[in-house]
Write a protein that binds this ligand. Structure first.
Ligand SMILES: CC(C)(COP(=O)(O)OP(=O)(O)OC[C@H]1O[C@@H](n2cnc3c(N)ncnc32)[C@H](O)[C@@H]1OP(=O)(O)O)[C@@H](O)C(=O)NCCC(=O)NCCS
Length: 179
């Protein structure tokens, strides 16, 4: 399970390791986050994380074992529009990582997240993972829709965060009998 995602290709996208010089794009994702996302996941009043902070974070995670996060690059234009990948799930087994994806607002609504995440789910199945998890806010309709399209099912478990909503745990079975 220590394999990294490497590079994946879909009809319209290339998913490949993130580069430090793209840090401003990843910071833009932080800036665009919904106000209901907890403060620790949004840019703070001092402007942190800065682009330099994100450069350091990308470099620090480049050598991490496991699948990791990939840049989502459009083939036609070569621009990076966000990221998609697998991260360790806080309380779950390392064999059951969490699917993560986030795209710039200007590129949403074109099916890119579903296309990118479908390639990551296929990779995970081929790599031998049995199950993927995803934590999603109850109010995040686009993300819940993407996960549903990928075959994730609601586990019935959720964690309320006062004033922010409920984080729903969704699960995608990957064993040979699952579709
Ligand atoms: C979630 C996110 C990645 C989706 O990206 P995307 O490329 O727009 O997703 P897709 O186009 O593949 O699919 C979005 C689906 O949600 C639907 N949708 C979008 N907004 C919606 C709304 N307000 N109400 C109902 N459905 C909505 C779209 O119609 C589409 O479904 P469809 O194909 O059945 O029509 C993007 O919205 C994002 O980056 N959000 C912020 C970060 C985030 O929430 N990340 C996930 C954390 S769990």
């Amino acid at each position: 399970m220590g394999r990294s995602l490497g590079t994946l290709e879909t009809d319209r996208l290339v998913l490949r390791p993130r580069r430090a010089e793209e840090a401003a794009i990843y910071r833009q994702l932080w800036l665009e986050r919904d106000q209901r996302v907890p403060a620790g996941r949004r840019v703070d009043p001092e402007g942190r994380p800065t682009v330099a902070d994100i450069v350091l974070q990308i470099r620090a995670t480049q050598q991490d074992p496991g699948p990791g996060i990939l840049a989502v690059e459009r083939k036609g234009t070569g621009d990076v529009i966000g990221y998609c990948g697998l991260i360790p799930h806080g309380r779950g087994s390392p064999d059951e990582p969490e699917l993560a994806f986030e795209l710039l607002r200007a590129t949403q609504g074109c099916g890119y997240a579903t296309e990118a995440a479908r390639a990551v789910v296929a990779w995970a199945r081929e790599a031998g993972y049995r199950r993927l998890r995803a934590g999603v806010w109850d109010w995040n309709t686009p993300s819940r829709r993407v996960l549903a399209k990928l075959g994730f099912l609601e586990s019935g478990r959720g964690e309320p965060a006062p004033g922010q909503g409920v984080t729903l745990l969704m699960v995608r079975e990957l064993d040979e009998f699952a579709s």
